[in-house]
Design a protein around this ligand. Sequence first.
Ligand code: ADP
Ligand code: MG
Length: 268
Amino acid sequence: MSTLEIRGLRASVAGKQILRGIDLTLRSGEVHAVMGPNGAGKSTLSAVIMGKPGYEVLAGSVTLDGIDVLALPAWQRATAGLHLIMQYPTEVPGVMLDAVLGEALISRGRDTSTLGQVLLAEAKRIGFEERFLHRPLNVDLSGGEKKRNETLQLAVLRAKFAILDELDSGLDIDALRDCSRRVEDLSNDTSDGHEPMGVLAITHYSRLLNELKPDHVHILVKGRIVTSGGPELADVLESDGYAAFVPEEDLIDEATASSGGLDGLFAL
Ligand code: ADP
Ligand code: MG
């Protein structure tokens, strides 16, 4: 069993503090949904965990089975078992999908002799066209095809923890169902002695969670987790929106900011 532990994480981008103390513990096989409005810091959280350049960690820690993740370059975070599916997958001209996965497996000390078969089986399972397997990564693919492709990579690499940054953005209902169902299966899969995958599913819509069943739901507002609960919390959000979860001090901040209050005048 593996544990990804985030403690007191504060981070800034472009000199502005975005994450204001995040605590989260994920274990193998658990699905945690982090839900929040636009601008809450969801993508920032995924970027900081994975080591995207441009983010400054101000305080706190991220550990994977006790290893200090924040001290590692992004590629070592990946080989250690973290995998990010980005909100907008990157196109990489000239670099073939099958070649990338072969190299990724080798760097993890894993066998590549069955990669061809595994790829075909995964492509079929997730509705990804076979002809894309030996094509440059994500180039000219539709939004839905990109997310199927990213989910296929996740399944082939069998990360310990998947971080999904709005897997549900830019894809149609069928692709959403196929991708979220595949991730749900990975979170339950203990075949061949595998650890079931732990999942941090970042989203602002509960539709992702129709197939991908969260064990825990956390609401992120302005860089802080303001409420955590079970799957029923996603239903409350769906009916009531985020407004009910904005902490009182943030409402006061907003009121003074929008009325040109003294906070703004004396800032810095
Ligand atoms: P979410 O994913 O929840 O919509 P983000 O993490 O993308 O939110 O952004 C949180 C805040 O950080 C926003 O106010 C956004 O404008 C700001 N931000 C994110 N990335 C940058 C950046 N590279 N430069 C400046 N501000 C940024
Ligand atoms: Mg985002």
